[in-house]
Design a protein around this ligand. Structure first.
Ligand code: TAP
Length: 483
């Protein structure tokens, strides 16, 4: 299919000042790690080293938790909610003012297209802080009785796919509720969290309210196992989520887990096909498919499958894959070589099990980590690509004949995070949505987020909700006698 030629439209990276090295952010200051070890963070689109970042060990985690405890007991939990709100509003405003800087840095460190970091991630981050700032003086209305108390110190561990957005989902409600935090960003994407630490300084946030410890899985493990934390909030893989659940079992720590997904995007024969195609593309190719709630299983009604696939392939042929900083780019780089290997292995399993692979023609850059937008047809429910989370730009297509079959296939997964329904009938949307075991069901749209709307999963997608007042309640306990 012929497409317009687009001249390159690269966003300038000069707005971002990346230091050659970063320390840990503990008690309001950047400090050296105890062990003196560090790791490199790279641009996945070029493999260029962006910076060296300190690796926190157990002693550093201990320092951070102690700082968070002091800040909680002496300053933050005793401060009036209306005063805490002022800090959160200030942080939200600074993020909005520095939005371009955050967007460029996120695209450099993560590989996602600037169009997405600029128009989706960073605006949502500011909204998250604005939204929870508005709650800080209204905690009596969360539904936990009057004067609910914060839990204390929260240990928060986040993944690499939406680095700044996951930080906002964790930090904003925790702080609004009066908790202090120690956050560990993912090893491959620490830079926007460290820029956020600078924002905390700029906002004059009291020392110790937010602490950021960078490192790999061992740092995350030291944090969630630390006896001084009261709450573990984790977003990441189901395997690590299970390990965390085991490690906090028998302790007094509260825990929320936001884990993986294998969402069904269900298209009925009465759906507006072109709109559905846009939704399918957004559902699986947004953020290179590195999305826990991605619509990675397309369930299409058999009598429109052929027509839909023709239009889907035509639309996929117009996707531009390449430089994340180019404003024309639709699909950026895969976040790491390790993730690229995972995607390559799972798609090879799709070939081996007999599914049919198709990708549009596209020239991939020589350096960096890339994977063409891909669909597999002829997929059955037994195939690994229909069951396991690929976490890449890969769609598995299955068909169904009746609504009951669609629901049965959609629910035939160990996960239960999200789903999509495409039909012109409102009654069918309600009937199907009510039967889907998924935390979020989008109707005639996909991958839409709002801070007021709770998000979270069933089954192996985790438990607990983020967003809305439910997300705030996850950081509060009722006062004794108030419920
Ligand atoms: P994980 O390997 O689970 O990593 C998530 C975070 O946990 C990272 O910061 C990681 O550090 C850290 N970690 C690793 N081992 C740990 C341990 N034993 N104890 C404590 N922390 C540990 O996942 P990932 O590959 O980064 O992210 C992809 C997964 O996250 C996908 O399955 C995706 O579905 C899920 N995800 C879910 C959601 C929601 S909201 N449900 C959102 C985004 C992603 P390192 O960076 O050093 O490995």
């Amino acid at each position: 299919m012929s497409v317009f030629e687009y001249a390159p439209a690269p966003e300038s990276r000069s707005i971002v000042d990346i230091a050659s090295s970063y320390g840990l952010f503990i008690d309001g200051d950047f400090v050296d790690g105890t062990s003196g070890t560090s790791f490199k963070t790279i641009n996945p689109a070029t493999e260029e080293v962006l910076s060296e970042v300190s690796e926190a060990d157990a002693a550093d985690v201990d320092r951070a938790v102690a700082a968070a405890r002091r800040a909680h007991d002496k300053v933050w939990s005793t401060m009036a909610g209306a005063e805490r709100a002022k800090y959160l509003f200030r942080i939200a405003r600074i993020i909005a003012e520095r939005a371009r800087e955050f967007a460029v840095l996120e695209s450099l460190d993560n590989g996602k297209p600037i169009r997405e970091s600029r128009d989706v991630d960073v605006p949502l981050v500011a909204q998250w802080f604005f939204y929870y700032a508005g709650w800080a003086d209204k905690l009596d209305h969360v539904g936990l009785g009057v004067r609910p108390r914060p839990l204390g110190v929260a240990g928060q561990v986040i993944p690499w796919n939406f680095p700044l957005m996951m930080l906002a989902w964790k930090v904003a409600p925790a702080l609004a509720a009066g908790n202090t935090v120690v956050l560990k960003p993912a090893e491959t994407t620490p830079l926007t969290a460290l820029l956020f630490a600078e924002v905390c300084q700029q906002a004059d946030l009291p020392a110790g309210v937010v602490n950021i410890v960078t490192g790999a899985g061992a740092t995350g493990q030291a944090l969630v196992e630390h006896p001084g934390i009261d709450k573990v909030a984790f977003t990441g893989s189901t395997a690590v989520g299970k390990a965390i659940a085991r490690s906090v079992a028998g302790t007094n720590k509260q825990v929320t887990l936001e884990l993986g997904g294998k969402a069904a995007n269900i298209v009925f024969d009465d759906a507006p096909i072109d709109q559905a195609v846009e939704g399918i593309v957004n559902g699986i190719f947004f953020n290179q498919g590195h999305v826990c709630c991605a619509g990675s299983r397309l369930l299409v009604q058999e009598n429109v499958a052929e027509e839909l696939l023709v239009r889907l392939k035509a639309r996929m042929s117009t996707l531009r894959v390449g430089d994340p900083l180019d404003k024309n780019t639709d699909v950026g780089a895969i976040n790491s070589r390790e993730q690229l290997n995972r995607i390559t292995d799972l798609t090879a399993a799709g070939d081996a099990e007999g599914a049919e692979r198709w990708s549009p023609e596209c020239v991939l850059p020589d350096n960096g980590f890339w994977f063409k937008p891909t669909i597999f047809t002829g997929v059955t429910q037994a195939h690994r690509i229909a069951r396991e989370e690929i976490f890449g730009p890969v769609l598995s297509v299955l068909t169904f004949r009746t609504p009951d079959e669609a629901v049965a296939k959609a629910n035939n997964t160990p996960y239960g995070l999200s789903a999509g329904v495409w039909t012109e009938k409102g009654s069918r949307i309600l009937a199907i949505a009510g039967q889907l075991r998924a935390g979020v069901v989008w109707a005639n749209t996909f991958n839409k987020f709002d801070p007021a709307s709770p998000f979270g999963g069933y089954k192996e997608s985790g438990h607990g909700r983020e967003g809305g007042k439910q997300g705030l309640a996850a950081y509060l306990q009722a006062q004794e006698g108030d419920r």
